[in-house]
Each structure stands twice: as C-alpha cells, then as structure tokens.
Design a protein around this ligand. Structure first.
Ligand code: NAD
Ligand code: MG
Length: 385
C-alpha cells in the first residue's frame, strides 16, 4: 500500500491520478489533496477519498458539514509547502501549474518523500538544483510527462547503457499545418483545441506554440542528464510513439500507447510495476500510418528558444519560463497576439543577464526579473493586439 499526496488534485493530471488511484484502492491510499480555488471539486474529492489533509490556496466561505471534521483543512498562499511537510505520504504527485510547484518539489525532497513530477516548470526553472537535491537524497524523480515517462520506460530495459540520443516526439499541435501569418493571428479558441490531448489551459497554449516542447527539451536535459545537442524533437502527429532513445549501436527503443495520461501517471505511482489503467489499447490492425516531420523553427520559434536558453545556461531557462508564463496569461487575456508569445519570451531573454549555477533564491529572482521585464515590454505599443 503506497500513500500518495496530490498537489493540484482538481486539474487534468490530478483528477486522472485520482481516477487510477480509485481503480486500485488496494494499492494506493490518497492521504492529502491540494488545489488552488475549486472548492466544490475538492469537497467531492474529500467525500470520495477521505484524505487526512485537504487544502486550498483560497479559503472557501464554508465547508459543508458532512466533511468539516473528517480531515485536517489547510488554507493560504503557502498551502503546498504546509501539505508537503504535514502529509503522511511516500509519494507526492506535483501536478500544479507553473513555477508555483518548484518550492514544493524541493520541500518534498527535503522531507525524504518521492516526487512524481507532472509539473514541468520547476525542472525548467531549477533543473540543476532539483536533480542535485534528489540525487543527494538518494530519491528518484519519477516523470509523469508522457515523453519523459516514455524515455524513462525505455531506459528500464536498457541494461544500464547510456543513450546517445533522446528523441522527443511532438504532435505538432493544432497549428502544425498552418502558415506563419495565420499562426500569428490565431485565436484563443483555435489555440485551445488540441488535436490529441485534453489538458489544462496553460499547457494547451504551450502545445500550440510548441513552447511545451521547448520546456520538455529542458526538462529532459535535467531528468536524463543529457546535453541539449543530444536531444532532438520529431513531429509525430498521431501521438502513438511517446518518445524514443537511440543507443551506440543505432538501436532505437520507443514506448507506444494510446494518448492517455493515465498510463504515465500510474506508471510513476506503481513503478516498477505495471497496473491496469482502464485506458484503450493500441489496435495495430486499424492503425493508420505513423508519420514524422522535422519541426519548423521559423513557424514555431519558441522551440528554438529552449536550445538558446540551454546554451546560455544558468538561470536563463528560468527567464524563459517566467516570460512564457506571463506571455501565455497575456494571450489568454487578449492582450497579445498568439505569434507574440515567443517574441515576448525572446525579447525578455535578451534583456536579462544570465546567473550561472543559481541558488534557489537566484532562480526565484531570475523568474521575478523576467516577469517584471515581460510586463514592461507588454506595456509598450509593439505588444498591443
Ligand atoms: P490544470 O490547470 O488542469 O490543473 C492545475 C491544478 O493545480 C489544479 O488543481 C489547480 O487548482 C492547481 N493549482 C494551480 N496553481 C496552484 C497553486 N499555486 N497552488 C495550489 N494549487 C494550484 O493543469 P494540468 O493540465 O493538470 O497540468 C499540471 C502540470 O502538469 C503542468 O505543469 C503541466 O505542464 C503538466 N503536464 C500536464 C499534462 C496534461 O495532460 N494535462 C501532461 C504533461 C504535463
Ligand atoms: Mg508532454
């Protein structure tokens, strides 16, 4: 029986994690759940899972009587850290959005609990620190992001051989075949319509701009200790191959499956064992062709910025991430064009000096400076809609 805490329990990943936990009640006990503001959803989850701790950043007006005393309630800005410290858990699934998860990831490691990592932004912003802390504590970082889970799964069968190359696959998103000028003026509704995956808003916009793949290149650099030159991105519109690794002899190992996040979520929860997810199986007989394309950095400049940030090193990836969080929010609030997301990130990166081997405080400071700069740029006439 493994005890699990879920940070971000009401989101796309969090709810799917609860779904697989419910499927295997004999294997997983959900001991804590935390979310931002969706109190009604948290109330339902408390009724269904009876965790010992339930937490919300924003305190609801009232807690329904039937669940008021059945668990410890926690509220407030620092709730993620409070939950990590107080919860009785072997594993903490970090599935909040954005850099908000970084402090929680570091605290989880400090408390000697395993991190199941869906939230990619902490690794993008503070990858060097997070991976060093996990290594020093002798704790694995179990990836939930489907591409990184695929690579992790391939490496389980690699007999200790180090791969020569990682190949991250990408669906290409809703604008894969669009012309540059049309991508530039794409609307929110168009950007939020992902062809293969149903996810939270932020990652869906990131997928459309391919900034998601940029974040994933940086995530892979740290999770698998691979230099950027050995991490390639390949467009694979069917999302059947979730990523691949290539070895010295040219052998390529891949992990395939239907696009269903319950597999990588449950694999992180049950590793090294495999359990039933309730998802559909691949049907090779009816499967259409698997196709591949080279990503177009001219139409999707965000992807190139990942390599630029990794070349610059230090806290530049934190700058990229902070600026992107501001840019996505600005796009979702109709303040900039879709095509200006990458432009804002790039200009912010060029305006902020890089801090080498940053401490955690310096990562947060670079993130803050990036946000201030991005907001400053947003206020100029060039970034009007
Ligand atoms: P989501 O928006 O659907 O859910 C986010 C959850 O986190 C919600 O429960 C929300 O209440 C909570 N939350 C957000 N900010 C918080 C804060 N500051 N404090 C406390 N709780 C907070 O997002 P999602 O799609 O589930 O994605 C979560 C993370 O997983 C992201 O980093 C994303 O990049 C990554 N990821 C998601 C998918 C996917 O299929 N959805 C796939 C791979 C990686
Ligand atoms: Mg992914």
């Amino acid at each position: 029986m493994r005890k699990i805490a879920i940070l971000g329990s009401t989101g796309s990943i969090g709810t799917q994690a609860l779904d697989v936990a419910a499927r295997h009640r004999d294997r997983f006990e959900v001991t804590a759940i935390a979310a931002h503001s969706s109190a009604e959803k948290v109330f339902e989850q408390v009724r269904a899972f009876r965790p010992k701790i339930a937490a919300l950043t924003i305190e609801p007006k009232e807690i329904p009587e039937d669940i008021r005393d059945c668990c410890q309630w926690m509220f407030g800005e620092s709730v993620l850290l409070d939950v990590v410290r107080a919860c009785e858990a072997d594993d903490v699934l970090v599935s909040v959005v954005g850099i908000a998860g970084l402090a929680a990831v570091m605290e989880t490691i400090k408390c000697g609990k395993r991190v199941l990592l869906a939230n990619k932004e902490p690794l993008v912003a503070g990858g060097e620190l997070v991976t060093a802390a996990a290594k020093a504590a002798g704790l694995p970082l179990l990836p939930v992001d489907s591409e990184h889970s695929a690579i992790f799964q391939c490496l389980q069968g690699a007999g200790g051989n180090t791969p020569e190359r990682l190949i991250l696959t990408a669906s290409g998103g809703p604008f894969r075949t669009w012309e540059k000028k049309d991508i530039y003026t794409a609307t929110k509704e168009q950007a939020l319509r992902h062809p293969n995956w149903s996810m939270g808003q932020k990652i869906t916009i990131d997928s459309a701009s391919m900034m998601n793949k940029a974040l994933e290149v940086i995530e892979a650099r740290w999770l698998f200790d691979m230099p950027a030159e050995k991490i390639d991105v390949l467009i694979h519109p069917q999302s059947v191959i979730h990523s691949m690794v290539e070895f010295a002899d040219g052998a390529v190992m891949a992990q395939l499956g239907t696009p269903d996040m319950r597999l990588p979520i449950l694999y992180a929860m049950s590793w090294p064992e495999r359990l039933e997810t309730g998802g559909k199986r691949l049907d090779f007989e009816t499967m259409k062709a698997l196709t591949f394309e080279t990503p177009d950095l001219d139409r999707f400049p965000g992807l190139g910025l990942a390599y630029e940030a990794l070349r610059a090193g230090g806290a530049m990836s934190a700058v990229l991430n902070g600026a992107n969080e501001i840019a996505v929010d600005a796009f979702l609030h109709d303040r900039i064009r879709f095509g200006q997301i990458a432009q804002l990130v790039e200009e912010t990166m060029h305006a902020i000096p890089v801090t080498a081997h940053p401490t955690l405080d310096q990562v947060f400071e670079s993130d803050r400076l990036a946000r201030v700069k991005a907001l400053e740029l947003l206020a100029t006439s060039r970034f009007a809609v």
